[in-house]
Design a protein around this ligand. Structure first.
Ligand code: BDP
Length: 714
């Protein structure tokens, strides 16, 4: 007996030691930026508690229930108080949330002009002495706006803002704000670096993993309102009845969070014969001999399929389509155009309000020898030919999601076709989930890119995709997601910041990367000012550093083949010329870089003036794009006074040095932040530094064979 209890005590002690050991117990990152960790600052606590002492959420719906739960979580976590939200009455409530119903207090307090501008998703928050009492209220035209407003108010508390005299109107600048999941039906994720996909297709729809709701909640907190569930290299089976029922199971969970589901479809779905997806032979799911859009039976097949989809998912969003790209089937297989293919699908979805997102990521070699030119050449002539419910979705750059590219010139060249922007959150070319690279500065560089399609100041990429320049009837932005079933969702703790930043920029493309980073750090890591400063500065320069150690001065596409991690400047063995690194850097004894000026491929002519001339002239071409547009002699004098060769070596070196500094900065935080997050990031940074060094050294040594110049002392 005695022996037993001694043993029990010993094992309890042992377990306690394990749980308390540094680096063992801690934050596993699952709660993302919605941690609601207790506010320590007593003045702030007092401030929030005095502003909000009773809560009323007036609506009675699933979304209203989510709002109540969220507030409960936030108040108990942040303020350590229990404030269950009431449903009725509200005369004494100090936080009032509801629609501006006729005769309601909220209607009385809200200027109708504000409501008119809010649209379906915007919200209005006001606080102060209102109606003779201290009050904070949140209103919107639709319940989803109330949920967004609630998350906003909670964010103010998470980030230490005062909340006693608010007057906030927030309206998303872009309508469709989607995540694209390149998730396969077997659970694997193309270009995913955080485990398998969270959808458990074999369990759905009978078993609903609680993670689906956590996913939706995180997205709603940053205003994401759509999700494409499956890979653009789509398996036709996703449209089988059994899968549609599974999709409906997810849609039911996501609906109260304001998130619609969309599917990537395979253009050859209607055919019964065998065809190939990425080299794997498999069949379609239909019973037709063709998927030719000019065939009435094919058109009917899509109409029937759409009818079936909407029977299961009445608010289904629509289709994302990769066609005639990288081996995927499409209308060109039948001598037809992208518009013909897109319109057939648009016709099938139109009766239900669905949309088609037709991707412009195409690069058929016969179109032009320069891959960068091909999407423009294929799509611009089709401008105006697409149905109203079709987006053409273009990647930010003309080649792929490279560490840095100039903007895809298609943007600004299709005034009569709504163009949707596709960004990549998953770090396919930016060090996977091993490298700490904060992407918001990169996205802002693209969004702020002045295309000069109109007078200066009117046609940045952001102004094109938000419709303010060409008055598009619909507007959209998509981010290729970086999430998987890793406990911390994104593999690297810091990759969560990219998911977060994408949502923030999709809502407001003018949000500042610095502010977004600071908010994210406060919500996810710490509220300590000096730590925030250190971490924020690590994040802000991390993308430029990555560009420098991977592809400085406009170099691109020189990564390891297939895997896309690590350097592969010598690679020349691909089945297609434009998959080879040597095709892009063109290093030889005379110099390096792809001549896309008027003396070369003349890609520069796809840009509006004055960009066309600026990029065309080696003297005026911004150095960050120099080797993208020009083949430059090794001894060319750069703005710094260095030769091109020395400048390249300098950039590679600077990139690696930055990573070293990040490691030192992070090490200085030991003991001041959560031990589990600390260890996790510390380990990733070690590998990051090693691999950044490999990138830089491999490239410098390889290019030196051509430059035949000494590596400078740096
Ligand atoms: C490339 C990726 C490939 C994707 C393709 C796409 O390497 O996995 O399928 O883009 O966007 O960058 O379709």
């Amino acid at each position: 007996m005695e022996k037993c209890s001694k043993l029990a005590i010993a094992s309890i002690l042992f377990m306690t030691c394990i749980l308390c050991a540094p680096g063992v117990s801690g934050d596993d990152g699952y709660d993302l930026w919605l941690k609601y960790s207790p506010i320590q600052d007593q003045d702030l606590l007092e401030h929030y508690r005095s502003c909000i002492s009773s809560v009323m959420v007036q609506e009675n719906s699933e979304t209203a229930e989510l709002i109540r739960n969220e507030l409960n979580r936030a108040f108990s976590g942040l303020l350590n108080i229990s404030l269950p939200a009431g449903k009725k009455g509200g005369k004494n409530a100090t936080l009032l949330i509801g629609l501006p119903k006729k005769g309601s207090e909220i209607q009385k307090f809200t200027d109708p002009a504000i409501l008119q501008n809010l649209g379906n998703e915007g919200f209005f928050i006001q606080s102060g002495r209102i109606g003779g009492r201290r009050l904070t209220f949140i209103t919107a035209n639709q319940e989803i706006g109330l949920l967004y407003g609630t998350f906003h108010l909670i964010k103010l508390m998470q980030t230490g803002e005062s909340i006693d005299s608010l007057h906030i109107t927030s309206i998303p600048k872009i309508q469709h704000r989607l995540l694209n999941h390149w998730a396969n039906l077997d659970g694997s994720i193309e270009r995913g670096y955080a485990g398998k996909m969270i959808w458990k297709w074999d369990e759905l729809p009978d078993k609903i993993d609680p993670r689906y709701a956590d996913y939706a909640r995180a997205n709603a907190s940053i205003g994401i309102n759509g999700t494409v569930l499956n890979n653009v290299n789509a398996n036709p089976e996703i449209l089988c009845t059994s899968y549609l029922k599974k999709v409906a199971g997810l849609a039911d969970i996501f609906r109260p969070y304001g998130i619609r589901v969309y599917l990537s479809i395979n253009f050859s779905s209607p055919i019964s014969s065998e065809f190939s997806i990425n080299g794997n032979r498999r069949g379609g799911i239909g019973n037709l001999p063709t998927s030719d859009p000019s065939n009435p039976e094919v058109r009917q097949w899509w109409k029937d399929k759409a009818a079936e989809i909407y029977q299961y998912i009445p608010d289904f969003g629509g289709f994302l389509v990769k066609a005639n790209s990288e081996g995927m089937p499409g209308p060109m297989d039948y001598g037809l155009t992208h518009a013909d293919g897109a319109n057939m699908l648009a016709e099938a979805l139109a009766p239900y309000g669905g949309i088609v997102m037709w991707r412009a990521f195409v690069y058929v070699p016969t179109v032009d020898p320069d891959r960068a030119k091909r999407a423009y050449l294929e799509f611009v002539p089709l401008d105006g030919q697409f149905h109203d419910n079709v987006f053409v979705q273009g990647k930010n750059g003309p080649v792929d999601f490279q560490p840095r590219e100039p903007v895809q010139p298609l943007f600004g060249a299709m005034p009569h076709t709504p163009l949707m922007l596709e960004l990549q959150i998953t770090q396919e070319y930016l060090g996977h989930s091993t490298h700490l690279v904060y992407l918001a500065p990169m996205w802002r560089e693209y969004l702020d890119f002045e295309t000069y399609a109109g007078p200066p100041g009117t046609s940045t990429l952001a102004q094109i995709i938000d419709g303010s320049f060409q008055h598009y009837s619909m507007t959209g932005i998509a981010g290729v997601s970086n999430i998987g079933d890793d406990r911390n969702w994104c593999g690297h703790f810091f990759a969560q910041a990219n998911w977060y930043a994408f949502g923030r920029l999709a809502w407001d493309h003018q949000a500042e990367p610095e502010e977004i980073a600071e908010d994210w750090i406060r919500m996810s890591l710490t509220r300590d000012k000096s730590i925030i400063k250190t971490v924020r500065s690590m994040m802000l320069g991390s993308w430029e550093a990555c560009v420098n150690y991977e592809t400085p001065l406009g170099l691109h596409h020189i990564m390891q083949a297939g895997y896309h991690y690590g350097p592969g400047p010598a690679f020349a063995g691909a089945p297609r010329e434009d998959w080879n690194s040597v095709y892009y850097h063109k290093a030889d004894e005379n110099g390096i870089g792809f001549d896309r000026s008027s003396t070369g491929s003349n890609f520069t002519a796809q840009y509006h003036e004055p960009l066309h001339s600026q990029f065309d002239n080696i003297k005026t071409c911004p150095e960050k794009y120099l080797l993208w547009f020009h083949h430059v002699p090794w001894d060319y004098t750069m703005k710094s006074g260095r030769t091109l060769w020395n400048e390249m070596c300098f950039k590679y070196h600077t990139g690696v040095e930055y990573v070293k500094e990040m490691r030192v900065d992070w090490a200085s935080l030991e003991g001041q932040i959560d031990p589990e997050i600390f260890e996790h990031v510390k380990n990733r940074l070690k590998k990051h530094e090693e691999d950044a060094g490999i990138y830089a050294n491999t490239c410098v040594q390889y290019f030196q064979k051509f430059s035949k110049m000494d590596i400078p002392d740096l």
